[in-house]
Design a protein around this ligand. Structure first.
Ligand code: ADP
Ligand code: MG
Length: 238
C-alpha cells in the first residue's frame, strides 16, 4: 500500500458561529484519485476550504506528506504543493488566457525552460488553450474556463490537485476530456487528486476510492467498486 499524502483527522469547522464540519476523517494516498461525494450542503466545499487554508479549523488535524499544515497560511500550503480549482472556476475574466496561465507560473517562481516545458505540457493536455492565448478569460465557454483553471493549477506543479465539482455546467464532450486528463495525470504518477463531485458516473469512471459525507462528516467510504446503485440511492440521491 502506498503512503499517505493527505490526512484529514477529526476536522471540525464553523461558519458564522454554526458548526458545519463535525469531525471529518479521510485520506488520499500518493498516486490516488479520491472522490469526496455527498448531497448539496453537506460540507464538501467547506472541507476543501479547510485543507487549502481559506477557512481555519476548530479541532482536528490535517497533514500533507506527514507534515501538519492546519495552522499554515493558504499561501504556504500552496507552496507546499496543494493546488485548488474552486467550484465555479475562478479564473481572471479580464486577463487573457496567456496572462491567466502566467499567474500559475509566477506564483511559484517558475521561469525559463522549466516554465516553457510546463506550458507545453498543459497545451498538450488542453490544446484549445493554445488557440486562445490572446482571448480574455471571461469570453471563454464554461468548459474552456474549466480547462484554463485546471491548467493554471497544474502550472504550480502540485503534489495534490483539489477540484470542486469540475463537471458542473459543462458539456459532455469536455467532461470526457477533463476525465481523461485527470486519469492521465494520475497514471503518469505526477500527482494525486482529490475530487469533490456529485456526478456519480464520472467518479465511477476515474476514481480509485470514494468517501461520502452527510451533515458535516464522512458516513461511508470504500473502493470505487463499492459505490453501488444502493449506496448512491441511500447516501447521495436527493
Ligand atoms: N458563507 C457561508 N455562510 C453561511 N453558511 C454557509 C456558508 N458557506 C456554507 N455554508 C453552509 O455550510 C454548509 C455546508 O456548505 P458547503 O460546504 O458549501 O456544502 P457542499 O459543498 O457539500 O454543497 C451548508 O449548510 C451551507 O449552507
Ligand atoms: Mg460545494
Amino acid at each position: 500500500m502506498s503512503e499517505i499524502l493527505l490526512s484529514v483527522s477529526n476536522v471540525e469547522a464553523d461558519i458564522a458561529g454554526s458548526r458545519i464540519l463535525r469531525g471529518v476523517n479521510f485520506e488520499v494516498r500518493t498516486g490516488e484519485l479520491v472522490a469526496l461525494m455527498g448531497r448539496n450542503g453537506v460540507g464538501k466545499t467547506t472541507t476543501l476550504r479547510t485543507i487549502t487554508g481559506v477557512l481555519g479549523i476548530k479541532a482536528g488535524s490535517i497533514t500533507l506528506d506527514g507534515q501538519r499544515i492546519e495552522r499554515m497560511t493558504a499561501e504556504a500550503r500552496a507552496k507546499s504543493g496543494i493546488a485548488y480549482v474552486p467550484q465555479g472556476r475562478d479564473i481572471f475574466p479580464l486577463l487573457t488566457v496567456e496572462e491567466n496561465l502566467h499567474i500559475g507560473l509566477v506564483v511559484h517562481g517558475r521561469k525559463g525552460k522549466e516554465a516553457k516545458d510546463a506550458l507545453d505540457r498543459v497545451y498538450t493536455l488542453f490544446p484549445v488553450l493554445k488557440e486562445m492565448l490572446a482571448r480574455k478569460g471571461g469570453v471563454l465557454s464554461g468548459g474552456q474556463q474549466q480547462q484554463l483553471a485546471i491548467a493554471r493549477a497544474l502550472l504550480t506543479k502540485p503534489k495534490l490537485l483539489i477540484l470542486d465539482e469540475p463537471t458542473e455546467g459543462i458539456q459532455p464532450s469536455i467532461i470526457d476530456l477533463i476525465g481523461d486528463t485527470l486519469k492521465k495525470l494520475k497514471n503518469d504518477g505526477e500527482l494525486s487528486i482529490l475530487l469533490v463531485e456529485q456526478y456519480v458516473d464520472f467518479c465511477r469512471e476515474i476514481a480509485d476510492r470514494f468517501y461520502a459525507m452527510d451533515r458535516g462528516a464522512v458516513t461511508i467510504s470504500g473502493p470505487i467498486a463499492d459505490l453501488t446503485d444502493e449506496v448512491v440511492k441511500e447516501h447521495l440521491q436527493v
